[in-house]
Design a protein around this ligand. Structure first.
Ligand SMILES: *Cc1c(COP(=O)(O)O)cnc(C)c1O
Length: 389
């Protein structure tokens, strides 16, 4: 009788044949990337000025379905600026899931604001709007039109939902909570380019959204990110402060506030333009991979492949297994998978367990801590040509 890690390894190796070490997620490049990047180098405009940045921003905005996108150096910088232009200030609290990559909390901290951790739903792996509303009724009170945390006396300004591994959170219910309590929504859509909730692209539901194009994301610019919004004035302001807050002039250096040098270099945007053209292909390949994994894992006891909620169309960025913890020990499974060359990974350590965030305010996080023991991600790189899948 095989143990579960052997079943998992066999399923993964059956799909990624001829690879002795199977990475979690690799970027996919071909002639198109080479063509655009070469063109960029030959033009001499590789740095802070050039046509690819404008082109990338325009195509991204069109794809996401928002008026504007502002390309920046990485997703963390995008979140930092998104929160700032959404009005998050020093000493504010910001609701966010404890089950996310650390960058979400870091960006809040850069503004001297305080993460306030809330629990996630097993339907989406993202913020649970019902539990959030219950928590607010317990700890919150309305003062001068603001929601205040009675226990800390701080204003709770915003909510940052994160669409885990590409699965959109329950946005309608969350928007209702925001409306009722006067919270601004800033979406951490770093993992959800190509993911839709009820037919509308993620990142466009909040006042502002943030995307990432890090090397392991669904498309990459090497390193990169973007702020997306329907608000043209906010977008203009984001552009201004991510480009040193310089007042346009042919030669004078005038800056009207302490700005940031967060602008995406042209050479990275050239890579991004090529990758964006291939996104539809990546998405269908990932969906085909999900179907294949679904039929394989159907037969494995105590292992469930995580599937999108009915109202969602996920990009399936990272494939996710939920282990029955009565039957399987997560760490043992990971150890064995690594030993056999399958680069599976656990979900992030919940942020309330990390030293820099251990003292942050938090709600009941029982689902978060349950999922931490159950979730692993398995290799998810799109395969060339869906026929291979
Ligand atoms: C990748 C990621 C980010 C940050 O993006 P970088 O480009 O790596 O700075 C932020 N939040 C989440 C949830 C991410 O997965």
């Amino acid at each position: 009788m095989s143990t579960v890690w052997q079943d998992i390894a066999q399923n993964v190796k059956g799909i990624y044949r001829d690879q002795t070490v199977i990475p979690l997620h690799e970027p996919t490049f071909d002639a198109l990337e080479l063509e655009y990047v070469t063109d960029c180098i030959q033009s001499g405009w590789v740095s802070s000025v050039g046509k690819y940045v404008d082109q990338f921003e325009q195509r991204l905005a069109d794809y996401v379905g928002v008026r504007r996108a502002v390309a920046v150096v990485n997703g963390t910088a995008a979140l930092h600026i998104a929160l700032k232009i959404a009005g998050v200030r020093a000493n504010d609290e910001v609701f966010m899931p404890a089950l996310t990559f650390v960058a979400t909390a870091n960006a809040i901290t850069y503004l001297q604001a305080v993460p306030h951790f809330v629990d996630v739903s097993t339907n989406t792996l993202g913020i649970d709007p019902v539990k959030l509303a219950e928590h607010i009724r317990r700890i919150g009170e309305q003062r001068d039109g603001c929601l205040v945390n009675k226990q800390t006396g701080r204003i709770i300004r915003a909510v940052v939902p994160m669409h885990t591994f590409g699965h959109p959170v329950e946005l309608d219910a969350l928007l209702d909570v925001c409306q009722e309590y006067g919270l601004v929504m800033v979406e951490d859509a770093a993992e959800s380019l190509g993911s839709h909730y009820k037919g509308k692209h993620t990142g466009g539901f909040g006042l502002v959204g943030a995307l990432s194009f890090n090397g392991n994301k669904i498309i990459t610019t090497g390193g990169g990110g973007a702020i997306v919004t329907d608000d043209v004035q906010l977008a203009d302001y984001a552009k201004h402060i991510t480009t040193t807050a310089k007042i346009p002039h042919r030669w004078e250096y005038q800056h009207d506030e302490a700005g940031f040098n967060y602008r995406m270099p042209n050479i990275n945007a050239a890579l991004g333009c090529a990758q964006l053209e291939k996104l539809p292909e990546f998405l269908s390949s990932k969906r085909a991979l999900t179907e294949k994994y679904r039929s394989l894992f159907h037969k494995v006891e105590g292992v469930d492949l995580f599937i999108e909620a009915p109202y969602n169309s996920s990009n399936y960025w990272l494939q996710t297994l939920l282990l029955d913890e009565q039957l399987h020990d997560r760490d043992e499974v990971l150890k064995q998978l690594h030993a056999t060359g399958v680069m599976a990974r656990p979900i992030w350590t919940p942020l309330d367990e990390l030293a820099p965030y251990a003292d942050c305010p938090k709600a009941d996080l029982s689902v978060t801590h349950q999922l931490k023991r159950q979730i692993i991600n398995i290799p998810s790189t799109p395969l060339k040509g869906d026929s291979n899948v």
